[in-house]
Design a protein around this ligand. Structure first.
Ligand SMILES: C[S@@+](CC[C@H](N)C(=O)[O-])C[C@H]1O[C@@H](n2cnc3c(N)ncnc32)[C@H](O)[C@@H]1O
Length: 292
């Protein structure tokens, strides 16, 4: 197999027809949408699996993924290989500033009686987003003695395992200042480990956002689902938004990534203007079941 740059890697060539079959499979099974730009990622990463499994072609690999029940675990491996895990602490900081300075004081006032706040990082990858949220809640100083839960969930088991371990290398700190790194992380032989008191606020689990099991998350006050919807087909995006809507309490907030919007996808949320950003909210008048 030769890449577009003429570099040889182990594995068979991927034909256009095989690429289409694999894309259709991921779309039908997981709602994932791939463009032609993913061709070489498929060829390189899945090609290595074809070789490792002793198969002769991508077509054989595809046939097993789709029709062989004993290949169930391989679907997860393949998904991990073709989806992006890109994430880092304090990503899209302007949005986090709005969350910390405007939304948290509002939530503290609104939830003062129950003293309970639940925030969900839906599609958390390796956990940096969930820990960032926990750090912002801690830094606000508004929630002493409260029951705080930051839930992080991702489709990929290996990413959830990294999140639970909470040890990160420099790449995860690309926009984090040294002061914060020293305050919330301990040096570790493999990098930097999140402080136990921040880790104790966070709970991680494997979850497909398209699945009915999303109900296991319970009711949440804020959802961060950033840089996740861009990878979905239209129908999968609508299904995920319906699931997130159901999990939010009436009046709860939804943060999307900066290139994501609900225009022509869902009318179930209203737009709220914060000083530094726009955020979506489930209307207070939405029924308790949160049906769309
Ligand atoms: C690019 S990362 C975004 C991480 C983080 N939210 C951020 O903005 O930094 C996208 C994550 O979405 C996850 N993902 C993709 N499809 C998913 C699904 N159906 N259910 C749950 N997570 C999914 C991927 O495994 C990946 O870790």
């Amino acid at each position: 197999m030769t890449t577009g740059w003429g570099r040889s890697v182990a594995g068979p060539d991927l034909s256009d027809a095989e690429f289409r079959l694999l894309c259709d499979f991921f779309s039908e099974r997981l709602g994932l949408l791939f463009s032609d730009a993913s061709f070489y990622t498929f060829e390189r990463r899945l090609g290595e699996r074809v070789v490792e499994l002793g198969l002769s072609s991508f077509h054989e690999y595809y046939t097993n993924l789709r029709f062989n029940n004993r290949f169930g675990q391989e679907v997860e491996t393949a998904t991990e290989l073709v989806t992006t895990a890109e994430t880092y602490f304090f990503r899209q900081e302007y949005q986090l500033r709005s969350f910390g300075l405007e939304l948290l004081p509002k939530l503290q006032a609104e939830l003062a009686e129950q003293k309970r706040l639940v925030v969900w990082s839906a599609g958390c990858s390796t956990g940096e987003e969930a820990y960032t949220i926990a750090i912002l809640i801690r830094e606000s100083g508004l929630f002493e003695g409260w029951d705080i839960r930051v839930i992080g969930s991702d489709l990929c088991r290996s990413r959830v395992a990294i999140a639970r371990r909470g040890v990160y290398r420099d790449n995860s700190f690309r926009v984090t200042d040294d002061d914060r790194r020293r305050r919330y992380f301990n040096e570790h032989s493999d990098g930097w480990q999140v402080l136990p008191e921040i880790q104790a606020m966070c709970h991680f689990g494997q979850l497909n956002l398209l699945d009915r099991m999303v109900s296991s998350v319970g009711r949440v006050h804020v959802v961060f689902c950033r840089n996740v919807l861009i990878y979905f087909t239209d129908s999968a995006r609508a299904q995920v938004l319906q699931n997130l809507h159901r999990r939010l309490v009436p009046g709860g907030y939804l943060f999307l990534g900066h290139s994501e919007s609900l225009v022509s996808v869902s009318t179930a949320f209203e737009l709220v203007h914060l000083s530094g950003d726009l955020v979506y909210r489930k209307p207070i008048t939405a029924g308790k079941k949160g049906d769309l």
